[in-house]
Design a protein around this ligand. Sequence first.
Ligand code: EPS
Length: 389
Amino acid sequence: MLKFTTAGESHGRALVAIVEGLPAGLPVDVERLNRELERRQWGYGRGGRMKIEQDRADILSGVRHGLTLGSPVALLIENKDWSHWTEIMAAEKLDVPPEKSRRVKRPRPGHADLAGGLKFGARDLRDILERASARETAARVACGALAKQLLSVFGVEILSHVVQLGGVPAEPLELEWDAIANIPSDAPLRCADAEAQTRMVALIDETRRDGDTLGGVFEVVARGVVTGLGSHTSWEEKLDGKLAQALMSIPAVKAVSLGAGVEASAQPGSRVHDEIGYDAEAQKFTRPTNRAGGLEGGITNGEEVRARGYLKPISTLRRALRSVDIETKKEEPAAFERSDVTVVPAAGVIGEAMVALVLAEAMSRKFGGDSLKEMQRNFEGYCAQLRDY
Ligand code: EPS
């Protein structure tokens, strides 16, 4: 089964990841993987850190002459900022004088600082924030890029876009695949509506001046997903649940919806469910609409998988919120060093990676195989079965 794990602290030496369960013989394009890392770093409203990092992954194992071996694939992404943190983040015991230690004692409301500090008994909240940082998502995007490369063999493509940022526009954008696919790669916020994007940029500028931060909504769309991934038979097999968990695990995401999930709750059934037709020539069932977001009963239904992630504003504010010093227990402003104003476009790219990993896991679960060839044979046999239904 496909699985992955990551390790690494934000200002530590590097991020590492291991992806297990990729079939042998999958072509791996490292440049394509690195383009995903670059996409994650892109976006108006990011802070000083992204000027330091230029993420690139090194493949340490599991790939030979451009093809997977079927063994674990290990990846490494260096933290360029590490050179400024070698003493503070050293693995060996060092006596760092208090004025150089950058100990964090004033938890940021909304961040993992306080809950994590209490849970792990950390007296320096850096022990928590270094791992809670969204820096970790660079490793996930690298893993997701491998999942995408597996999926593309089976005709699956995945995109993301920003549908709302800081409440702009008033209603989240509803767009077809082509409009999303045509967003220029240098669009400042990966938003298909140029006018809305201009207003989002102005809002980010204003918010930065105020020392504040913004959230928003991204949408991930996967097309070409075969009918029948996931299962209605057990709660933990339902693919909508797995997608929701995967997207909810992205830092700052506080809500996830599938298709018209949020709006549908206020509509009668006749305006929500996607009526069923049949295309005899293509030997497939059709839907004029896709309000279900490609999933019914926790099973993919052959339509585009559409999922949205709703981000709260970043919890590190220059105009710091009220907090309490964990040492003195006195009121103090929360800690601030530097911060992004917003990360919605980056979260969309991370969302693509998480959706890719969930879909790739479901594909390998259903079609299995030690080699890509075996997996393809299983896939084609199943597609023939669908046509004969
Ligand atoms: C983050 C704080 C910022 C972000 C970081 C997430 O980093 P720093 O503390 O170094 O200024 O830029 O995100 C990344 C480094 C990244 O690669 O996305 C946080 O506190 O979560």
